[in-house]
Design a protein around this ligand. Structure first.
Ligand SMILES: Cc1cc2nc3c(=O)[nH]c(=O)nc-3n(C[C@H](O)[C@H](O)[C@H](O)COP(=O)(O)O)c2cc1C
Length: 190
C-alpha cells in the first residue's frame, strides 16, 4: 500500500447509513477479518478491553425491535412518529450484520476507565477502515438505549455497551468528509 493509498483510505472512511446498504451478505470470514484487525489496536496494560457481539439473523431483528421500542417509550405520544419508529427498526434489518461494541473494565482497575474506552474506540477505527477497504459501509450508532443493552445482549460484570456498528456492502466509494483546516485545531510549539 502506498502513502497515497493509505491517505485515501483514511480520508474516504465515512459514516454510511443502512438505507444505503445493499442486500448482500457479509461472509463470516470477512467479519472475522474486520474483527481481527480491531484487536490489533493499542491497549494500555494489554487488557484488550474490547468485547464484540456479532448480531445476525434473529438477534439482529431483536436489536431493531429493541431500538424502535426504546424510541417509542422515550417519546411523548404527541411527538411519536410511526415512520421514525419503522426507520429505526429498519436500521438493523437493512444491515448485513451489526456488531455490539462493548468494553470490559479491568477488574483490578489498574488503568483509568477512559483509557480502556479509548482502546475500544481505536479498535473500532481499525474495523471501520478495514470495512471501508472491503467496500463495506458502516456507522457507529450510540443511542441512549445502549444503557439498557443488557436486555438484548449478554454483558458480563463490569462490561458496558458503547454502541453498535451497523455494516453492509455499499455501491460506491465515498468522497472525503469535510474537516476544519489544521490551523483551527493544531498548535505548533517550539
Ligand atoms: C463514538 C461515536 C458515536 C457516534 N454516534 C452516532 C450516532 O448515534 N448517530 C449517528 O448518526 N452517528 C453517530 N456517529 C457518527 C458521526 O456522526 C460521524 O462520524 C460524523 O458525522 C462524521 O462523519 P464521517 O464519519 O462520515 O466522517 C458516532 C461516531 C462516533 C465516533
Amino acid at each position: 500500500m502506498t502513502n497515497k493509498d493509505l491517505n485515501d483510505l483514511i480520508r474516504s472512511r465515512r459514516s454510511i447509513y443502512p438505507p444505503e446498504f445493499l442486500d448482500k451478505p457479509i461472509s463470516k470470514e470477512t467479519l472475522e477479518t474486520i474483527l481481527t484487525n480491531g484487536t490489533y489496536a493499542p491497549n494500555y496494560k494489554k487488557t484488550e478491553p474490547w468485547r464484540f457481539k456479532v448480531l445476525q439473523g434473529a438477534s439482529k431483528a431483536k436489536l431493531g425491535q429493541f431500538l424502535a421500542n426504546a424510541y417509542k417509550n422515550s417519546t411523548p405520544e404527541k411527538q411519536f412518529l410511526e415512520k421514525k419508529y419503522h426507520k429505526i427498526q429498519e436500521k438493523a434489518e437493512k444491515s448485513s450484520a451489526v456488531i455490539a461494541l462493548c468494553m470490559q473494565r479491568d477488574p483490578q482497575e489498574r488503568l483509568e476507565d477512559w483509557e480502556e474506552l479509548a482502546a475500544v474506540a481505536m479498535a473500532v477505527q481499525n474495523m471501520w477502515l478495514t470495512a471501508t477497504q472491503l467496500g463495506i459501509g458502516t456507522y457507529w450508532g450510540s443511542p441512549k438505549a445502549i444503557h439498557k443493552a443488557h436486555k438484548i445482549i449478554p454483558l458480563a460484570e463490569g462490561e458496558r455497551c458503547l454502541g453498535f456498528l451497523f455494516l453492509g456492502y455499499v455501491k460506491d466509494a465515498r468522497q472525503p468528509g469535510i474537516r476544519l483546516p489544521l490551523e483551527e485545531r493544531v498548535v505548533w510549539m517550539d
